[in-house]
Design a binder for this molecule. Structure first.
Ligand SMILES: [Zn+2]
Length: 539
Protein backbone atom coordinates (compact mmCIF):
# COMPACT_ATOMS: atom_id res chain seq x y z
CA UNK A 1 0.00 0.00 0.00
CA UNK A 2 1.26 3.45 -0.91
CA UNK A 3 -1.89 5.37 -0.27
CA UNK A 4 -4.27 7.20 1.95
CA UNK A 5 -7.80 5.91 2.40
CA UNK A 6 -10.83 6.09 4.62
CA UNK A 7 -12.55 3.19 6.28
CA UNK A 8 -16.03 3.00 7.75
CA UNK A 9 -15.24 -0.39 9.30
CA UNK A 10 -12.98 -0.95 12.33
CA UNK A 11 -9.33 -1.21 11.29
CA UNK A 12 -7.63 -4.58 11.25
CA UNK A 13 -4.12 -3.43 12.09
CA UNK A 14 -2.59 -6.90 11.64
CA UNK A 15 -3.77 -7.09 8.06
CA UNK A 16 -2.70 -3.48 7.40
CA UNK A 17 0.75 -4.42 8.63
CA UNK A 18 0.80 -7.41 6.27
CA UNK A 19 -0.03 -5.07 3.38
CA UNK A 20 3.13 -3.11 4.14
CA UNK A 21 5.39 -6.14 4.29
CA UNK A 22 8.36 -6.01 1.94
CA UNK A 23 11.35 -8.33 2.11
CA UNK A 24 13.69 -5.57 0.92
CA UNK A 25 12.92 -3.57 4.07
CA UNK A 26 14.72 -3.83 7.38
CA UNK A 27 12.36 -1.65 9.35
CA UNK A 28 8.68 -1.00 9.89
CA UNK A 29 7.16 1.76 11.99
CA UNK A 30 3.49 2.25 12.72
CA UNK A 31 1.44 4.83 14.56
CA UNK A 32 -2.06 4.23 15.93
CA UNK A 33 -4.28 7.04 17.13
CA UNK A 34 -6.91 5.77 19.58
CA UNK A 35 -10.22 7.08 20.82
CA UNK A 36 -9.81 7.97 24.47
CA UNK A 37 -12.35 8.55 27.15
CA UNK A 38 -11.91 12.21 28.03
CA UNK A 39 -11.17 15.63 26.61
CA UNK A 40 -10.84 18.99 28.36
CA UNK A 41 -12.39 17.72 31.55
CA UNK A 42 -15.36 16.10 29.85
CA UNK A 43 -15.92 12.35 29.85
CA UNK A 44 -16.13 11.14 26.25
CA UNK A 45 -18.30 8.13 25.44
CA UNK A 46 -17.83 7.82 21.67
CA UNK A 47 -16.67 9.75 18.58
CA UNK A 48 -17.79 10.44 15.05
CA UNK A 49 -15.56 11.41 12.18
CA UNK A 50 -16.64 13.06 8.96
CA UNK A 51 -14.48 14.00 6.06
CA UNK A 52 -14.82 16.02 2.91
CA UNK A 53 -13.79 12.81 1.23
CA UNK A 54 -12.70 13.85 -2.25
CA UNK A 55 -10.48 16.67 -1.04
CA UNK A 56 -9.27 14.73 1.97
CA UNK A 57 -8.22 11.67 -0.06
CA UNK A 58 -6.27 13.80 -2.51
CA UNK A 59 -4.49 15.69 0.24
CA UNK A 60 -3.84 12.49 2.19
CA UNK A 61 -2.36 10.79 -0.88
CA UNK A 62 -0.16 13.81 -1.48
CA UNK A 63 1.16 13.63 2.10
CA UNK A 64 1.99 9.92 1.74
CA UNK A 65 3.82 10.57 -1.54
CA UNK A 66 5.72 13.46 0.06
CA UNK A 67 6.83 11.22 2.91
CA UNK A 68 8.04 8.56 0.45
CA UNK A 69 9.98 11.12 -1.57
CA UNK A 70 11.31 13.05 1.36
CA UNK A 71 12.56 10.19 3.50
CA UNK A 72 13.29 7.65 0.78
CA UNK A 73 11.12 4.98 2.37
CA UNK A 74 9.89 1.97 0.42
CA UNK A 75 6.22 1.92 1.39
CA UNK A 76 3.91 4.15 3.33
CA UNK A 77 0.21 4.18 3.98
CA UNK A 78 -2.40 5.81 6.13
CA UNK A 79 -5.98 4.74 6.89
CA UNK A 80 -8.41 7.03 8.69
CA UNK A 81 -11.71 5.94 10.20
CA UNK A 82 -14.92 7.77 9.44
CA UNK A 83 -18.31 7.18 10.99
CA UNK A 84 -18.99 6.21 14.57
CA UNK A 85 -16.15 4.94 16.79
CA UNK A 86 -16.22 3.39 20.25
CA UNK A 87 -13.67 4.07 22.98
CA UNK A 88 -10.37 2.30 22.42
CA UNK A 89 -10.87 1.91 18.69
CA UNK A 90 -8.10 2.85 16.26
CA UNK A 91 -9.06 6.16 14.65
CA UNK A 92 -6.04 6.53 12.39
CA UNK A 93 -3.27 4.15 11.37
CA UNK A 94 0.04 4.99 9.69
CA UNK A 95 2.55 2.38 8.56
CA UNK A 96 5.93 2.82 6.91
CA UNK A 97 8.41 0.22 5.61
CA UNK A 98 11.96 1.32 4.94
CA UNK A 99 15.47 0.00 4.57
CA UNK A 100 16.43 1.59 7.90
CA UNK A 101 14.55 2.41 11.07
CA UNK A 102 15.37 6.12 11.18
CA UNK A 103 13.62 6.91 7.88
CA UNK A 104 10.68 4.75 8.93
CA UNK A 105 10.22 6.67 12.19
CA UNK A 106 10.62 10.05 10.57
CA UNK A 107 8.27 9.33 7.66
CA UNK A 108 5.66 7.98 10.09
CA UNK A 109 5.87 11.09 12.22
CA UNK A 110 5.71 13.31 9.13
CA UNK A 111 2.54 11.62 7.85
CA UNK A 112 0.63 11.86 11.11
CA UNK A 113 1.65 15.49 11.71
CA UNK A 114 0.74 16.56 8.18
CA UNK A 115 -2.55 14.64 8.15
CA UNK A 116 -3.45 16.38 11.39
CA UNK A 117 -2.83 19.79 9.87
CA UNK A 118 -3.86 19.45 6.28
CA UNK A 119 -6.58 16.88 5.78
CA UNK A 120 -10.13 18.17 6.22
CA UNK A 121 -11.60 15.77 8.78
CA UNK A 122 -14.00 16.70 11.55
CA UNK A 123 -14.46 14.98 14.86
CA UNK A 124 -17.66 15.01 16.92
CA UNK A 125 -17.31 13.98 20.53
CA UNK A 126 -20.19 12.58 22.52
CA UNK A 127 -19.99 13.23 26.26
CA UNK A 128 -21.27 11.34 29.27
CA UNK A 129 -23.59 14.22 30.16
CA UNK A 130 -25.49 13.71 26.89
CA UNK A 131 -23.95 16.69 25.06
CA UNK A 132 -21.94 16.45 21.91
CA UNK A 133 -19.66 18.83 20.05
CA UNK A 134 -17.64 19.14 16.89
CA UNK A 135 -13.94 19.41 17.56
CA UNK A 136 -12.17 21.21 14.81
CA UNK A 137 -9.43 23.61 13.95
CA UNK A 138 -11.00 26.57 12.26
CA UNK A 139 -7.57 27.89 11.29
CA UNK A 140 -6.39 24.96 9.30
CA UNK A 141 -9.02 22.46 8.47
CA UNK A 142 -10.92 23.58 5.45
CA UNK A 143 -12.44 26.24 3.30
CA UNK A 144 -15.41 28.05 4.83
CA UNK A 145 -17.92 26.16 2.69
CA UNK A 146 -17.01 22.91 4.36
CA UNK A 147 -17.36 24.40 7.76
CA UNK A 148 -20.89 25.46 6.92
CA UNK A 149 -21.69 22.09 5.54
CA UNK A 150 -20.34 20.06 8.39
CA UNK A 151 -19.23 21.73 11.47
CA UNK A 152 -19.20 25.40 12.00
CA UNK A 153 -22.36 26.10 14.00
CA UNK A 154 -21.84 23.38 16.54
CA UNK A 155 -18.15 24.16 16.89
CA UNK A 156 -18.78 27.79 17.56
CA UNK A 157 -21.68 27.28 19.92
CA UNK A 158 -19.62 25.10 22.13
CA UNK A 159 -16.42 27.00 21.56
CA UNK A 160 -14.60 23.78 20.91
CA UNK A 161 -12.69 25.20 17.99
CA UNK A 162 -9.66 23.16 18.83
CA UNK A 163 -7.49 21.19 16.39
CA UNK A 164 -8.47 17.69 15.44
CA UNK A 165 -6.30 15.60 17.66
CA UNK A 166 -5.90 11.89 17.19
CA UNK A 167 -2.92 11.42 19.38
CA UNK A 168 -3.18 8.87 22.10
CA UNK A 169 -1.75 11.40 24.54
CA UNK A 170 -4.73 13.65 24.00
CA UNK A 171 -3.27 16.80 25.57
CA UNK A 172 -5.66 19.13 23.97
CA UNK A 173 -4.86 21.77 21.53
CA UNK A 174 -3.17 24.99 22.25
CA UNK A 175 -0.18 23.98 24.26
CA UNK A 176 1.07 22.03 21.24
CA UNK A 177 3.92 23.84 19.59
CA UNK A 178 2.83 22.80 16.11
CA UNK A 179 -0.67 24.15 16.42
CA UNK A 180 0.38 27.50 15.09
CA UNK A 181 3.22 26.71 12.77
CA UNK A 182 1.02 26.78 9.68
CA UNK A 183 -0.36 30.22 10.35
CA UNK A 184 0.93 33.06 8.22
CA UNK A 185 3.07 35.16 10.52
CA UNK A 186 2.43 38.90 10.54
CA UNK A 187 5.92 39.58 9.12
CA UNK A 188 6.27 36.77 6.60
CA UNK A 189 9.65 35.21 5.95
CA UNK A 190 10.58 33.20 2.85
CA UNK A 191 9.53 29.59 3.27
CA UNK A 192 11.11 27.03 0.97
CA UNK A 193 9.44 24.03 2.60
CA UNK A 194 7.57 22.99 -0.54
CA UNK A 195 10.79 22.56 -2.50
CA UNK A 196 12.87 21.29 0.44
CA UNK A 197 10.27 18.50 0.66
CA UNK A 198 11.71 17.11 -2.58
CA UNK A 199 14.34 14.48 -1.92
CA UNK A 200 16.46 16.02 -4.70
CA UNK A 201 16.48 19.37 -2.90
CA UNK A 202 16.35 18.88 0.86
CA UNK A 203 18.21 21.23 3.22
CA UNK A 204 21.51 20.62 1.38
CA UNK A 205 20.05 21.65 -1.96
CA UNK A 206 18.51 24.73 -0.39
CA UNK A 207 21.93 25.68 0.99
CA UNK A 208 23.38 25.24 -2.50
CA UNK A 209 20.77 27.57 -3.97
CA UNK A 210 21.43 30.10 -1.26
CA UNK A 211 25.16 29.97 -1.97
CA UNK A 212 24.60 30.33 -5.73
CA UNK A 213 25.01 33.44 -7.81
CA UNK A 214 23.31 33.83 -11.18
CA UNK A 215 23.60 36.58 -13.78
CA UNK A 216 20.42 37.10 -15.80
CA UNK A 217 21.01 38.99 -19.04
CA UNK A 218 17.67 40.46 -20.12
CA UNK A 219 14.67 41.25 -17.90
CA UNK A 220 12.03 40.88 -20.60
CA UNK A 221 9.79 38.05 -21.77
CA UNK A 222 12.28 35.31 -20.83
CA UNK A 223 13.87 37.18 -17.94
CA UNK A 224 10.62 37.78 -16.06
CA UNK A 225 9.75 34.11 -15.37
CA UNK A 226 13.45 33.33 -14.86
CA UNK A 227 13.80 36.04 -12.21
CA UNK A 228 10.52 35.13 -10.54
CA UNK A 229 11.42 31.48 -10.10
CA UNK A 230 15.07 32.02 -9.18
CA UNK A 231 14.10 34.60 -6.56
CA UNK A 232 11.27 32.39 -5.31
CA UNK A 233 13.64 29.44 -5.01
CA UNK A 234 16.01 31.45 -2.82
CA UNK A 235 19.01 31.76 -5.14
CA UNK A 236 21.34 33.84 -2.98
CA UNK A 237 22.58 36.44 -5.43
CA UNK A 238 21.07 37.56 -8.72
CA UNK A 239 22.55 40.09 -11.14
CA UNK A 240 20.18 41.65 -13.69
CA UNK A 241 21.49 43.23 -16.89
CA UNK A 242 19.04 45.20 -19.03
CA UNK A 243 19.45 48.62 -20.59
CA UNK A 244 15.86 48.96 -21.79
CA UNK A 245 12.97 50.89 -20.36
CA UNK A 246 9.54 49.32 -20.06
CA UNK A 247 7.15 49.97 -22.95
CA UNK A 248 3.41 49.29 -23.10
CA UNK A 249 4.01 46.78 -25.93
CA UNK A 250 6.14 44.66 -23.54
CA UNK A 251 3.36 44.03 -21.06
CA UNK A 252 1.46 41.23 -22.83
CA UNK A 253 4.45 38.94 -22.20
CA UNK A 254 6.18 40.71 -19.28
CA UNK A 255 3.24 40.50 -16.92
CA UNK A 256 5.29 41.10 -13.77
CA UNK A 257 5.34 44.81 -14.53
CA UNK A 258 2.55 47.39 -14.44
CA UNK A 259 1.30 49.85 -17.02
CA UNK A 260 2.20 52.62 -14.60
CA UNK A 261 5.86 51.44 -14.72
CA UNK A 262 6.25 52.28 -18.42
CA UNK A 263 9.23 54.51 -19.11
CA UNK A 264 11.20 53.16 -16.14
CA UNK A 265 14.35 51.03 -16.38
CA UNK A 266 13.53 47.34 -16.48
CA UNK A 267 16.60 46.39 -14.46
CA UNK A 268 15.45 48.64 -11.61
CA UNK A 269 11.84 47.46 -11.85
CA UNK A 270 12.88 43.81 -11.90
CA UNK A 271 15.18 44.30 -8.91
CA UNK A 272 12.31 45.88 -6.96
CA UNK A 273 10.06 42.94 -7.81
CA UNK A 274 12.74 40.45 -6.77
CA UNK A 275 13.18 42.21 -3.42
CA UNK A 276 9.43 42.28 -2.84
CA UNK A 277 9.19 38.57 -3.63
CA UNK A 278 12.19 37.52 -1.59
CA UNK A 279 14.15 39.99 0.54
CA UNK A 280 16.79 37.29 1.21
CA UNK A 281 18.06 37.55 -2.36
CA UNK A 282 20.99 39.89 -2.93
CA UNK A 283 19.94 41.56 -6.18
CA UNK A 284 22.19 43.74 -8.32
CA UNK A 285 20.60 45.64 -11.21
CA UNK A 286 22.77 46.90 -14.09
CA UNK A 287 21.07 49.30 -16.53
CA UNK A 288 23.60 48.51 -19.25
CA UNK A 289 23.92 46.84 -22.62
CA UNK A 290 26.20 43.86 -22.27
CA UNK A 291 29.21 44.46 -24.53
CA UNK A 292 32.73 43.20 -25.08
CA UNK A 293 34.11 45.75 -22.61
CA UNK A 294 31.86 44.99 -19.66
CA UNK A 295 30.95 41.31 -20.14
CA UNK A 296 33.78 39.89 -18.03
CA UNK A 297 33.25 42.40 -15.24
CA UNK A 298 29.49 41.75 -15.13
CA UNK A 299 29.97 37.98 -15.14
CA UNK A 300 32.63 38.03 -12.43
CA UNK A 301 31.59 36.23 -9.26
CA UNK A 302 28.56 34.55 -10.85
CA UNK A 303 28.40 30.75 -11.11
CA UNK A 304 25.91 30.61 -13.93
CA UNK A 305 24.78 32.98 -16.66
CA UNK A 306 21.32 32.95 -18.19
CA UNK A 307 20.90 34.48 -21.60
CA UNK A 308 17.41 35.95 -21.71
CA UNK A 309 18.29 38.38 -24.49
CA UNK A 310 16.57 38.70 -27.84
CA UNK A 311 19.58 39.41 -30.04
CA UNK A 312 22.44 37.45 -31.54
CA UNK A 313 25.10 40.00 -30.62
CA UNK A 314 24.49 39.42 -26.90
CA UNK A 315 24.19 35.66 -27.35
CA UNK A 316 27.52 35.44 -29.20
CA UNK A 317 29.22 37.62 -26.59
CA UNK A 318 27.99 35.29 -23.85
CA UNK A 319 29.00 32.26 -25.88
CA UNK A 320 32.55 33.55 -26.19
CA UNK A 321 32.57 34.40 -22.50
CA UNK A 322 31.56 30.80 -21.70
CA UNK A 323 34.47 29.51 -23.78
CA UNK A 324 36.90 31.97 -22.26
CA UNK A 325 35.90 31.58 -18.61
CA UNK A 326 34.37 28.07 -18.54
CA UNK A 327 31.31 29.50 -16.84
CA UNK A 328 28.18 27.70 -18.00
CA UNK A 329 25.74 29.81 -20.00
CA UNK A 330 22.18 28.66 -20.46
CA UNK A 331 20.66 30.12 -23.62
CA UNK A 332 17.00 30.51 -24.48
CA UNK A 333 15.66 31.90 -27.74
CA UNK A 334 12.13 32.42 -28.96
CA UNK A 335 10.90 32.92 -32.50
CA UNK A 336 7.14 33.32 -32.95
CA UNK A 337 5.69 30.00 -31.67
CA UNK A 338 8.97 28.15 -31.38
CA UNK A 339 11.96 28.32 -29.13
CA UNK A 340 15.04 26.52 -27.99
CA UNK A 341 17.29 26.01 -25.02
CA UNK A 342 20.99 25.25 -25.13
CA UNK A 343 23.75 24.98 -22.51
CA UNK A 344 27.28 26.01 -23.41
CA UNK A 345 29.89 25.02 -20.87
CA UNK A 346 32.84 26.21 -22.87
CA UNK A 347 34.70 22.92 -22.95
CA UNK A 348 36.71 21.63 -25.87
CA UNK A 349 34.48 18.68 -26.67
CA UNK A 350 30.92 20.05 -26.82
CA UNK A 351 29.30 22.42 -29.27
CA UNK A 352 29.01 26.13 -28.66
CA UNK A 353 26.64 28.60 -30.29
CA UNK A 354 29.11 29.42 -33.04
CA UNK A 355 29.52 25.71 -33.80
CA UNK A 356 25.77 25.63 -34.49
CA UNK A 357 25.25 29.05 -36.04
CA UNK A 358 28.12 29.99 -38.32
CA UNK A 359 29.32 33.55 -38.74
CA UNK A 360 26.68 34.30 -41.35
CA UNK A 361 23.90 34.43 -38.75
CA UNK A 362 23.46 37.99 -37.66
CA UNK A 363 20.80 40.17 -36.18
CA UNK A 364 18.38 41.29 -38.82
CA UNK A 365 18.30 37.94 -40.61
CA UNK A 366 16.05 36.42 -37.98
CA UNK A 367 13.39 38.66 -36.48
CA UNK A 368 12.99 39.37 -32.80
CA UNK A 369 9.68 39.76 -30.94
CA UNK A 370 9.21 43.33 -32.15
CA UNK A 371 9.41 42.39 -35.83
CA UNK A 372 8.13 38.83 -35.89
CA UNK A 373 5.42 39.02 -33.24
CA UNK A 374 4.90 36.64 -30.33
CA UNK A 375 2.12 35.44 -28.05
CA UNK A 376 2.80 36.28 -24.41
CA UNK A 377 2.94 32.74 -22.98
CA UNK A 378 5.58 31.60 -25.51
CA UNK A 379 8.53 33.37 -23.85
CA UNK A 380 6.78 32.51 -20.56
CA UNK A 381 7.13 28.78 -21.32
CA UNK A 382 10.77 29.08 -22.38
CA UNK A 383 11.68 31.34 -19.47
CA UNK A 384 10.09 28.82 -17.10
CA UNK A 385 12.03 25.97 -18.72
CA UNK A 386 15.19 28.02 -18.48
CA UNK A 387 14.57 28.69 -14.77
CA UNK A 388 13.96 24.97 -14.24
CA UNK A 389 17.17 23.98 -16.03
CA UNK A 390 19.08 26.61 -14.06
CA UNK A 391 17.82 25.26 -10.73
CA UNK A 392 18.64 21.70 -11.82
CA UNK A 393 22.12 22.77 -12.83
CA UNK A 394 22.68 24.46 -9.47
CA UNK A 395 21.31 21.42 -7.64
CA UNK A 396 23.38 18.97 -9.68
CA UNK A 397 20.35 17.23 -11.19
CA UNK A 398 20.31 15.69 -14.67
CA UNK A 399 18.99 17.82 -17.50
CA UNK A 400 20.06 19.40 -20.72
CA UNK A 401 23.67 18.36 -21.37
CA UNK A 402 26.39 20.72 -22.60
CA UNK A 403 26.07 21.07 -26.35
CA UNK A 404 22.53 19.73 -26.37
CA UNK A 405 19.58 21.66 -27.77
CA UNK A 406 15.96 21.38 -26.81
CA UNK A 407 13.65 22.60 -29.54
CA UNK A 408 10.01 23.05 -28.67
CA UNK A 409 7.32 24.00 -31.17
CA UNK A 410 4.37 25.38 -29.23
CA UNK A 411 1.96 25.03 -32.16
CA UNK A 412 2.42 21.30 -32.78
CA UNK A 413 3.68 20.79 -29.20
CA UNK A 414 6.50 18.66 -30.58
CA UNK A 415 9.81 18.66 -28.74
CA UNK A 416 13.17 17.62 -30.12
CA UNK A 417 16.33 17.05 -28.16
CA UNK A 418 19.39 17.22 -30.38
CA UNK A 419 23.07 16.90 -29.77
CA UNK A 420 24.62 19.83 -31.61
CA UNK A 421 27.74 19.01 -33.60
CA UNK A 422 31.05 20.44 -32.42
CA UNK A 423 32.37 22.04 -35.63
CA UNK A 424 36.12 21.36 -35.91
CA UNK A 425 36.96 24.79 -37.37
CA UNK A 426 34.78 26.82 -34.95
CA UNK A 427 36.39 30.24 -34.48
CA UNK A 428 35.24 30.72 -30.91
CA UNK A 429 36.61 27.35 -29.90
CA UNK A 430 39.93 28.07 -31.62
CA UNK A 431 40.31 31.45 -29.91
CA UNK A 432 39.51 29.92 -26.50
CA UNK A 433 42.11 27.19 -27.13
CA UNK A 434 44.75 29.80 -27.88
CA UNK A 435 44.07 31.79 -24.74
CA UNK A 436 44.12 28.60 -22.66
CA UNK A 437 47.60 27.80 -23.97
CA UNK A 438 48.88 31.11 -22.61
CA UNK A 439 47.56 30.49 -19.06
CA UNK A 440 50.20 31.46 -16.57
CA UNK A 441 51.64 28.48 -14.68
CA UNK A 442 51.01 30.35 -11.43
CA UNK A 443 47.28 29.85 -11.82
CA UNK A 444 47.81 26.15 -11.47
CA UNK A 445 48.41 26.62 -7.77
CA UNK A 446 46.12 28.26 -5.31
CA UNK A 447 46.57 28.99 -1.64
CA UNK A 448 43.96 28.71 1.11
CA UNK A 449 44.12 29.25 4.84
CA UNK A 450 41.88 26.27 5.50
CA UNK A 451 40.07 23.51 3.66
CA UNK A 452 36.77 25.10 4.68
CA UNK A 453 37.79 28.21 2.77
CA UNK A 454 38.58 26.11 -0.30
CA UNK A 455 35.27 24.30 0.03
CA UNK A 456 33.42 27.59 0.20
CA UNK A 457 35.16 28.54 -3.04
CA UNK A 458 33.45 25.57 -4.67
CA UNK A 459 36.33 23.13 -4.98
CA UNK A 460 35.96 19.37 -4.86
CA UNK A 461 39.00 17.88 -3.13
CA UNK A 462 41.13 15.22 -4.78
CA UNK A 463 43.64 13.59 -2.47
CA UNK A 464 46.59 12.36 -4.58
CA UNK A 465 48.55 10.79 -1.68
CA UNK A 466 48.95 7.03 -1.44
CA UNK A 467 46.76 4.95 0.85
CA UNK A 468 49.32 4.72 3.68
CA UNK A 469 49.80 8.48 3.84
CA UNK A 470 46.04 8.95 3.84
CA UNK A 471 45.63 6.49 6.70
CA UNK A 472 48.37 8.21 8.76
CA UNK A 473 47.07 11.71 8.26
CA UNK A 474 43.50 11.71 6.94
CA UNK A 475 41.98 14.89 5.50
CA UNK A 476 39.31 16.35 7.76
CA UNK A 477 37.04 16.86 4.73
CA UNK A 478 35.46 14.63 2.16
CA UNK A 479 37.79 14.04 -0.78
CA UNK A 480 38.06 11.85 -3.85
CA UNK A 481 41.10 9.59 -3.58
CA UNK A 482 43.23 9.40 -6.68
CA UNK A 483 46.81 8.38 -5.88
CA UNK A 484 49.51 9.57 -8.31
CA UNK A 485 50.06 6.00 -9.48
CA UNK A 486 46.50 5.81 -10.76
CA UNK A 487 46.08 9.40 -11.83
CA UNK A 488 45.75 8.88 -15.54
CA UNK A 489 43.90 5.59 -15.51
CA UNK A 490 41.34 6.77 -12.96
CA UNK A 491 40.97 10.34 -14.19
CA UNK A 492 37.94 9.15 -16.15
CA UNK A 493 35.95 9.31 -12.92
CA UNK A 494 36.45 13.09 -12.89
CA UNK A 495 34.39 15.53 -14.90
CA UNK A 496 36.60 17.55 -17.27
CA UNK A 497 34.66 20.71 -16.36
CA UNK A 498 34.85 20.07 -12.59
CA UNK A 499 36.48 22.46 -10.12
CA UNK A 500 39.04 20.22 -8.47
CA UNK A 501 41.61 21.05 -5.85
CA UNK A 502 44.40 18.49 -5.86
CA UNK A 503 46.00 17.94 -2.48
CA UNK A 504 49.16 16.16 -1.33
CA UNK A 505 51.46 16.53 1.68
CA UNK A 506 53.57 19.46 0.45
CA UNK A 507 51.98 20.64 -2.80
CA UNK A 508 54.71 19.29 -5.10
CA UNK A 509 53.05 16.12 -6.33
CA UNK A 510 49.64 17.79 -6.52
CA UNK A 511 51.10 20.53 -8.72
CA UNK A 512 52.60 17.95 -11.06
CA UNK A 513 49.33 16.04 -11.07
CA UNK A 514 47.31 19.18 -11.80
CA UNK A 515 49.65 20.02 -14.66
CA UNK A 516 49.18 16.54 -16.09
CA UNK A 517 45.38 16.69 -15.74
CA UNK A 518 45.29 20.14 -17.35
CA UNK A 519 47.02 18.68 -20.38
CA UNK A 520 44.24 16.07 -20.49
CA UNK A 521 41.56 18.75 -20.68
CA UNK A 522 40.77 19.27 -16.97
CA UNK A 523 40.89 23.03 -17.26
CA UNK A 524 39.50 23.84 -13.81
CA UNK A 525 41.80 21.64 -11.77
CA UNK A 526 44.26 23.28 -9.40
CA UNK A 527 46.80 22.34 -6.81
CA UNK A 528 46.78 23.38 -3.16
CA UNK A 529 50.00 25.34 -2.72
CA UNK A 530 52.05 24.08 0.22
CA UNK A 531 49.83 21.00 0.58
CA UNK A 532 48.51 19.81 3.93
CA UNK A 533 51.71 20.97 5.68
CA UNK A 534 51.09 24.48 4.35
CA UNK A 535 47.59 24.47 5.84
CA UNK A 536 48.90 23.37 9.21
CA UNK A 537 51.62 26.02 9.12
CA UNK A 538 49.16 28.80 8.41
CA UNK A 539 46.53 27.53 10.89
ZN1 LIG B 1 32.26 26.28 -31.06
Amino acid sequence: MNAFRFSTAPLDTASLQREMRDVTCGGFAAFEGWVRNHNEGLAVTRLEYEAFAELAEKEGARIVQEAIARFGVTRAGCVHRIGSLALGEVAVWVGVSAAHRDEAFRACRYIIDEVKHRVPIWKKEHYENGDSGWVNCERCAAPAAHHEEYAAPAAHERDYAAPVNYLHEHAHAHDHDHDHDHEIPSVAAPDYSRQIALREVGPEGQARLRAASVLVVGAGGLGVPVLQYLAGAGVGRIGIVDADRLEPSNLHRQTWYALADCGLEKSTLAAERVRALNPEVRVEPHALHLDANNADRLAAGHDLILDCSDNFATKFLLNDLALRTRKPVLFASVYQYEGQLQVVRGDEATACLRCVWPEATRDGLVGNCAEAGVLGPVPGVFGSLQALEALKLLLGLPGLEPGEMLIFDLVSLNTQRLRARRTPDCDAHRRAGQSAATLSPLELEVQFGSLAEAQAAGFTFVDVRDSRERADDPLPSLALCLPMSKLLTDAAMLDTGGRYLLICATGKRSAAAADLLRSQGFRECRSLRGGIKGLKASA
